[in-house]
Design a protein around this ligand. Structure first.
Ligand code: SF4
Length: 382
């Protein structure tokens, strides 16, 4: 039974209340440089960010916020850690949401003042707990970070906001441990009906960090817990978006952009699947059309996958076959029994396959993008 959360609007984007799970990320440029931050925000919006958070560590960053908010195509969220005055300045700059860390913004009077200003502007506040910055007294009481310790840190700040009559609350309980993230959010889901922002904090470099994040977020989303997600990786935040959308798509929750299916290869492979798949992935990065491409080394699982995909390149005893919508449209000779006879032929064949596949993909991607845009403007058109 999915959890029912109340709906909160962030710059017109609904969080909770049965709305689609919203994908967000965070810039890593200096916020004080409005130009470089805006450039990154725009790139992230194109890569699939529906909300973008910026850290506001100092006055210069607060000064740049107005320009960032005005120039952004997606709602901007201000991340506030220690200085309550920066929260007030962010609100006056027009941000769509604030994140307050209860471990670092703790004075009742300050939180009340922020709540009053946020309420007057209809700006929600995320009570954003992080296992690395929990209040010392709670750590002592619970003997370290635990789900109860995380929830209590949130509950304290939620209590002050609610006492001020403020209800536009979003909650996050993030830990670097996927296990603690799961248990903490299950507890929060039982204890409140505010929208939950999910994430495994400081999850690591792109590959292992994506796996660590997905291992926790998939469990929670599958239980109906979570209204917005951020996958926190060290490096380019655009990779966070690729990982977030891949996870939502894999779970059948939301889909954006093409899916690539490719096999790991083995001794039966009749072509260089890995390099073709890498090239196709780069070609499709940032595309929004909904279609699938399969690249399979041989006939063991190839025809089955080709039947499911919009485009497929499959190794077979009669050559390497290019499929469109499950039908063979081109065949490439593959002279040797186990693939291609020599290096020159292999290179030539790879180049032939590459150009045929890429021109098919470009045509399909352009057509599907037009269809997605048309459906966004007129959902009943197909
Ligand atoms: S599809 Fe063929 S080449 Fe690829 S892993 Fe399976 S058996 Fe090996």
């Amino acid at each position: 039974m999915p959890r029912t959360s109340r709906k909160v609007l962030v710059g017109g984007i609904p969080l909770g209340g049965g709305s689609p799970v919203v994908v967000q990320t965070m810039t890593n440029t200096p916020t004080s440089s409005a130009a470089s931050t805006l450039e990154q925000v725009r790139g992230l919006a194109l890569a699939g960010a529906e909300l973008v958070r910026v850290a506001v560590p100092d006055e210069k960053s607060a000064e740049a916020l107005h320009e960032i908010v005005q120039g952004s195509t997606v709602p901007i969220v201000a991340d506030i850690q220690f200085d309550a005055e920066l929260a007030m300045r962010a609100l006056r700059a027009g941000v769509a949401k604030l994140r307050l860390n209860p471990g670092n913004v703790r004075r009742r009077k300050q939180i009340e003042a922020i709540a009053a200003e946020a309420a007057s502007r209809k700006v929600p506040i995320r009570v954003g707990v992080n296992s690395g910055s929990l209040p010392g007294d709670l750590l002592e009481r619970f003997g370290g970070p635990s789900p109860e310790c995380m929830w209590m840190a949130a509950e304290r700040q939620i209590g002050i906001l609610r006492d001020s009559g403020f209800e536009m609350i979003v909650v996050s309980l993030k830990a670097s441990s996927p296990r603690l993230t799961i248990d903490s959010n299950r507890l929060a889901a039982r204890e409140c009906d505010y929208p939950l922002h999910l994430g495994v904090t400081e999850s690591g470099p792109p590959l292992t960090g994506s796996v660590r994040s997905a291992s926790a977020l998939s469990v929670l989303l599958e239980e109906g817990i979570g209204d917005t997600i951020r996958i926190s990786l060290s490096g380019d935040p655009a990779i966070e978006l690729t990982a977030a959308w891949a996870m939502l798509s894999a779970l059948g929750i939301r889909r954006r952009g093409p899916v690539i299916v490719s096999c790991p290869t083995c001794a039966r492979a009749r072509m260089d699947v890995a390099s073709l798949a890498g090239e196709v992935e780069a070609l499709l990065s940032g595309r929004t059309g909904l279609f699938s491409v399969a690249i399979m080394g041989c006939e063991v699982n190839g025809p089955g996958e080709a039947g499911e995909a919009d485009l497929a390149l499959i190794g077979s005893p009669s050559g390497i076959l290019l499929y469109r919508s499950g039908k063979v449209i081109e065949r490439f000779d593959c002279p040797a029994e186990d693939g291609v006879a020599n290096a020159a032929q292999r290179l030539h064949l790879t180049e032939q396959l590459r150009s045929a596949l890429i021109s098919e993909i470009e045509e399909l991607a352009a057509r599907e993008e037009v269809r997605v845009v048309r459906e966004e403007h007129d959902p009943g058109s197909s």
